[in-house]
Design a protein around this ligand. Structure first.
Ligand code: FMN
Length: 146
């Protein structure tokens, strides 16, 4: 597990989202903001699937998530975004992240999966783009309907 930690930590004053001038809110308003991350993922190449968790800030992912997505070659990786929030859903904003790693396969629609008791014969192939309606074998025993 890798934690995206900002190089400049956020204080509680920075995180006051009732203050429209707080650091966090200012960053969220700035489409070009790319806050620096304090450390890199070691050997990103070894991962096929990235579970990307973040809190919702002003109805969207914190801008540091954009820094993360633009900081790596995520071509062909599966990215599964998920979020925490006070009350907002992940909403359509998750799909705005797609443009920041457009060569990755994003799983944030209505995927369903089923683990079989027995393994399936696999002949692993790297997929191109994943589309709704595709069927994927994950590992040797999990079927994913996309
Ligand atoms: C700057 C900022 C903006 C936020 N904006 C929203 C929001 O638009 N909708 C929402 O439901 N929660 C919002 N929240 C609440 C966070 O999403 C919530 O605290 C977080 O997901 C819970 O994670 P935590 O337990 O680590 O704080 C915001 C929090 C901060 C700091």
């Amino acid at each position: 597990m890798y934690e995206i930690v900002p190089e400049q930590p956020f204080t509680s004053t920075d995180l006051n989202y009732h203050d429209s001038n707080s650091r966090s809110i200012q960053k969220q308003r700035d489409a070009t903001a790319r806050p620096a991350i304090s450390s890199l993922v070691e050997n990103m190449d070894q991962y096929d699937i990235v579970f990307l968790g973040y809190p919702i800030w002003n109805g969207q992912a914190p801008k540091i998530i954009s820094s993360f997505l633009e900081g790596y070659d995520l071509n062909g990786k599966i990215i599964v975004p998920f979020c925490t929030s006070h009350s907002s859903g992940i909403g359509s904003r998750a799909s705005t992240l797609h443009t920041l790693a457009s060569s990755a396969n994003w799983l944030d629609r209505n995927e369903k999966y089923y683990y079989r008791q027995e393994s399936l014969p696999t002949n692993a192939q790297r997929l191109g783009n994943i589309r709704t309606g595709d069927l994927m074998i994950y590992g040797s025993d999990c079927l994913v309907f996309l």
